[in-house]
Design a protein around this ligand. Structure first.
Ligand code: 9D3
Length: 241
């Protein structure tokens, strides 16, 4: 996959995307990340990327021409997704990350200032994505976050163990509690069931604890979830104690 990122702060990249799994994905040729300085696509001597809003008001708006020029310079295939990172976008979900991971190329535009000239949205951008309902200073960190969520889904990026887990993972349940050695430390014990070697009972315990944790912390996740017969029994056990 090739990902082009257009930003007024190109020095922020690759940042965390140069490390660990993301770094390895690039070394192994599974990901090509190309960063573009939006100012390189300006034509005035001040290299302006923003201007005052028509109609008045505070703040600045990102000018359309440098953004159009930057995207056109990439000579993308017809149908390539051009994604604007903006607080007004659809909130990123695992499902969206899966969909985008099937694309050959993505172009990410990092928003800034009070916003972006509406013509960019209307005539250039195919998708608008937000990472969540909180205010950041710009779209660079959201772009990194989006790339991270997508690249780990590309075939060959994660080990086989991780990738097989993915399917059971996206089923709207939080993870069960995990422990490692020592089994007792400063009086704090690992639940005996996990040391028992009873694989079926351990599986049931983990499922129950996943359901318990989801019910307590993220009850809204259970609303979209299809519960198996066993889940229903386990939930009843949770409610009873
Ligand atoms: C002060 C301007 N705000 C008016 C209420 C709007 C605004 C514009 C641009 C607020 C923040 C930003 C910068 N943030 C992003 O570009 C951004 C973002 C975010 O702030 N939160 C979550 N996801 C994203 S994606 C891009």
């Amino acid at each position: 996959m090739r990902i082009d990122i257009i930003s007024i702060f190109p020095e922020m990249f690759p940042g965390p995307l140069g490390h660990s799994i993301m770094g390895r994905a690039q070394e192994r040729g599974l990901l090509k990340l190309v960063i573009h300085n939006l100012r390189d696509y300006t034509t005035d001597k001040h290299r302006s990327v923003d201007d005052a809003p028509y109609g008045g008001g505070a703040g600045m708006v990102m000018k359309p021409e440098p953004i159009f020029r930057a995207v056109r310079s990439l000579r993308c295939k017809e149908g390539t997704r051009i994604i604007l990172l903006t607080p007004q976008g659809q909130v990123l979900t695992q499902e969206k990350a899966w969909k985008l991971s099937r694309e050959e190329q993505l172009v990410l535009i990092c928003g800034h200032y009070e916003g972006v000239d509406e013509r960019v949205r209307q005539h250039l951008v195919t998708d608008e994505i937000s990472t969540g309902d909180y205010v950041l200073t710009g779209g660079e960190i959201p772009a990194m976050l989006l790339v991270d969520s997508i690249v780990r889904l590309l075939p060959g990026v994660l080990g086989q163990r991780d990738s097989l887990q993915e399917e059971t993972f996206t089923d709207n349940l939080l993870e069960y509690p995990q422990y490692t050695r020592p089994s007792r430390w400063e009086g704090m014990e690992v639940p005996a069931i996990l040391l028992s070697g009873h694989h079926e009972e351990i599986r049931r315990w983990r499922r129950r604890e996943s359901l318990r944790r989801t019910l307590r912390r993220r009850p809204e996740l259970l609303k979209n979830k299809i519960l198996t017969k066993e889940d229903q029994i386990l939930l009843r056990e949770i409610m009873e104690n």
